[in-house]
Write a protein that binds this ligand. Structure first.
Ligand SMILES: Cc1ncc(COP(=O)(O)O)c(C=O)c1O
Length: 460
């Protein structure tokens, strides 16, 4: 797009006309926005010409990096050929068929059909309706409760927001929909008892699911929903014992498993889906974000054969869908994005290079006085900022120090996100050693700057 405004005008008009997501609007108006105008590979550029290393892949999204002309060409070609047609009334089109087939090929074996949307929130809303519809079709309409976890993020629409477990989201004007329960999240660093091993904690956190199933009555439970790695909740990586135990419990009570792979899908852990990484067997996988590397919105739910069998055994409508379900341009871009991931071997690259490089880099900060824990899995990483690393004591006023740290990163030309006082990162899959070296230098500087700001609060 040709930019017709100067930076000062963009800031002014943004304040006048644009309401941002998840934002303190008062303080945003006081501080003003940064204007991002371009991107190339692992970097974005602001309107003042500053090059910024993007440690968040946009928002857990831009897995193949910025500026890939092949994706633009795929969108152009599809727009010229067929820019839009709906998939409602017994019609389809080539890109949606090809993409559904491709997703069935890369998803776990028994997940073979895809319902498309445009955002992760929509995908989760669809999954919630499919889960409840499935049980109604099976003659068990009482099974409506979906159990998820505290600090889960499943989206911002009212149903997905209710399934999510973020108290600050619930507190905000929603009546949280009935039929959702939230159990503890598998956050060893924050929740383990003194001396409790990750292994033992993982089992305890998984057993919270069984306790909840028994508390509400197994006959009322429809599904368990979880992000294989909690992303927006602070890159919380479950101990190795957790997911096998969850799978055992889900199987024992015959409830469905929904894996929300909106962040973990498409290579983040070096596999197409994190379900494959963990060896779990979800009945539904929701995806969005990196399916197109964020070049255009697209999301969906991949559904297993059992649910599809229930749907196809009846001749009533499933009364649900979006105008843009299976948008042809978005599907064409997704196909090209997945093709690039395969051609450039980006998934094996995460396993062989990216994941160990991130782990090695983060480990160097484990000894810093501010750092309680530095952890990673695949290309998801987190640094816990604490007031006392020995006792894991947090800072007063959670989130304050995280924001100080995030603002230093911003000024230093690096993007890392603050989840309260946990700094998180999710670099694109294309980082080379050069980007890891740049990140290491910035993180070291910024931790020292942040320590300088809060030195009086940090235990010696
Ligand atoms: C795990 C997970 N699920 C769902 C969503 C919601 O996706 P969207 O913002 O596209 O609605 C997100 C967004 O970050 C997410 O991280």
């Amino acid at each position: 797009m040709t930019n017709q405004y100067h930076t000062t005008q963009l800031r002014e008009f943004d304040a006048l006309h644009h309401l941002h997501p998840f934002t303190d609007h008062k303080s945003l108006r006081a501080s003003g926005v940064r204007v991002i105008v371009g991107g190339e590979g692992p970097y974005v550029f602001d309107s003042e010409g500053t090059r910024i290393l993007d440690g968040m892949a946009g928002l857990w999204t831009c897995n193949i990096g910025y500026g890939r002309k092949e994706l633009a060409q795929a969108a152009y070609d599809q727009m010229v050929e067929l820019p839009f047609y709906n998939t409602f009334f017994k019609t389809t089109h080539p890109p949606v068929v090809a993409l559904a087939r491709k997703l069935a090929e890369i998803a776990p074996d028994n997940l073979n059909q895809v319902f498309f949307g445009s955002s992760g929130s929509e995908a989760n809303d669809t999954a919630i309706r499919l889960i409840r519809h499935y049980w109604a079709l099976k003659g068990e309409p009482k099974r409506r409760i979906i159990i998820s976890r505290k600090n889960a993020y499943h989206g911002s629409t009212i149903a997905a927001g209710s399934m999510g477990g973020m108290a600050h989201v619930h507190a905000h004007s929603y009546p949280v929909y009935e039929g959702f329960r939230h159990i503890m999240d598998p956050y060893w660093y924050g929740e383990a008892k003194d001396g409790e091993s990750p292994e033992a904690f993982g089992i305890r956190a998984a057993r919270a699911l069984e306790e909840e199933i028994l508390a509400v009555g197994p006959e009322n439970v429809a599904a368990f929903a979880g992000e294989p790695v909690q992303g927006a909740g602070g890159v919380k990586i479950a101990p190795a014992s957790y997911w096998p135990e969850v799978q055992r419990i889900v199987d024992k009570y015959g409830i469905l498993l929904l894996a929300d792979e909106v962040i973990t899908g498409f290579g983040r852990l070096g596999t197409w889906f994190a379900s494959q990484y963990y060896g779990i067997r979800p009945n539904l996988i929701t995806f969005a974000k990196a399916v197109t590397s964020g070049y255009i919105p697209l999301s969906g739910v991949i559904v297993d054969d059992e649910i599809v069998a229930a749907l196809t055994a009846h001749d009533d409508d499933f009364n649900h869908g979006y105008t843009f379900s299976g948008h042809p341009v978005a599907c064409a871009v997704a196909l090209k994005n997945l093709e690039i991931m395969e051609e450039e071997r980006l998934l094996p690259r995460v396993k062989e290079f990216g994941a160990p490089a991130l782990a090695k880099m983060l480990a160097k900060f484990a000894g810093h006085p501010l750092v309680g824990e530095a952890r990673s899995i695949g290309l998801l990483g987190a640094i816990e900022l604490v007031a006392d690393k020995r006792t894991r004591r947090r800072f007063a006023d959670p989130g304050r120090v995280g924001l100080i740290c995030r603002d230093h990163f911003f000024r230093e030309g690096f993007i890392m996100r603050a989840v309260f006082d946990t700094m998180v990162m999710a670099p694109p899959l294309i980082w080379t050693q050069k980007q890891f070296d740049e990140a290491e230098a910035v993180i070291g500087r910024v931790l020292d700057l942040t320590l300088g700001d809060v030195a009086g609060e940090v235990a010696a």
